[in-house]
Design a protein around this ligand. Sequence first.
Ligand SMILES: [Zn+2]
Length: 285
Amino acid sequence: MPEIQAHAERLEEQFGGRVLTKFVPFNFTALKTAVPAPDEAYGSPLLGVGRRGKYLLLRFEPVTFVVHLMQGGRLLVDTKQSKKPRGGQARFLFEPVERDDGSFDDSALLLTEQGTERRAGVWCVPSADVSSSPPLDKLGPEASEVSPDELAELFAANSMRVHGFLRDQRMIAGVGRRLANEVCHRAKISPFANTKKSGAEGAAVVVDALQSCIAEGLDEERQRPDMSSSKDRPSGVHGRTGEACPVCGDTIRAVEYSGYTVNYCPTCQTGGKTLADNTTSKFLK
Ligand SMILES: [Zn+2]
């Protein structure tokens, strides 16, 4: 998730070193853990903002806050600190710091979510044990770091459709719908190709595609002052049903697959074949 990586980098630049005074969840579902308590981090400076998969990691001592932004969610710089902020799920409060001009910066960080589903969440985990604590303990290797050999092993051990594999955070972490579509297109493979049959060669092609798609996304996101919304993110095929493929000019198609829309180019990816809806066709097996 390049947009989350760039978001983490901006947050670290803006808030690194600020001392946490309070964490305020606005509803019962925002904080997902009871132990350790957020209070344990009070008085600690923000040591860094990282990312694992689709999660942001706000590292204090001895507690790290693991934040999951749902669709459209953000961690926003909050200067107003209104009582009932729109879409607000939780707030991080910090000790004010003096600016060069003598004024004080008492900005907070506000976790927001679009809509009313309240699916965004915060987990407090021991900083010494972040990666082995839920919700991060089940994540596969990072999509940007997985090696061809590692991916070949995972491909061999899991017979899945490539698109489903890419989106499964337990297989590799950090790929959403858009990136899965773009990676399949870049790799010139069918989103429905079988991972096990793809072999080491297929895995190597997918690693190349992952790396180049993620690098492009990061370049784009790092130039922005804030996180892009999904419609602003550049894409070759994602969300472009009916438009011309930027590589070959064929018409980009859409196929429904386990509840979401997959975009692909028949000429680039399926030898010209149109993929049938997974839910109604028995011919794909
Ligand atoms: Zn094409």
